[in-house]
Design a protein around this ligand. Structure first.
Ligand code: ZN
Length: 102
């Protein structure tokens, strides 16, 4: 399989990537029968996943930005702008969910 962070090839069973040392699994949310606890755990998990996704996109954008230097069509820069608007959209969605919980 490939590292979910840097994309490096790594063994299926590895808990952390040998290349970038990032853990490969998010910690499991605590089990609870209280519906509010579950909602909070769900929101916390969504926040963590958004942070992880942002980190992945940031790494990818960094690679694209280095390529963009020799890219006359400016495609890489356009791609980075698209990443940024998708991150902002995800963040707005999360803000809305959190406000609804308050
Ligand atoms: Zn890695």
């Amino acid at each position: 399989m490939n590292c979910r962070w840097c994309g490096a090839e790594m063994p299926e069973t590895a808990a952390t990537c040998p290349a970038c040392r990032q853990p490969q699994k998010s910690p499991a949310p605590p089990r609870s029968t209280d519906p509010l606890d579950r909602i909070v755990a769900e929101a916390a998990r969504a926040t963590r996943e958004l942070a992880e996704a942002t980190e992945r996109v940031t790494r990818k954008a960094g690679r694209e930005a280095r390529r963009a230097a020799d890219d006359p069509s400016d495609a890489a820069r356009r791609a980075i702008r698209r990443f940024r608007s998708e991150i902002e959209e995800a963040r707005r969605d999360l803000d809305r969910v959190l406000r609804e919980l308050e």
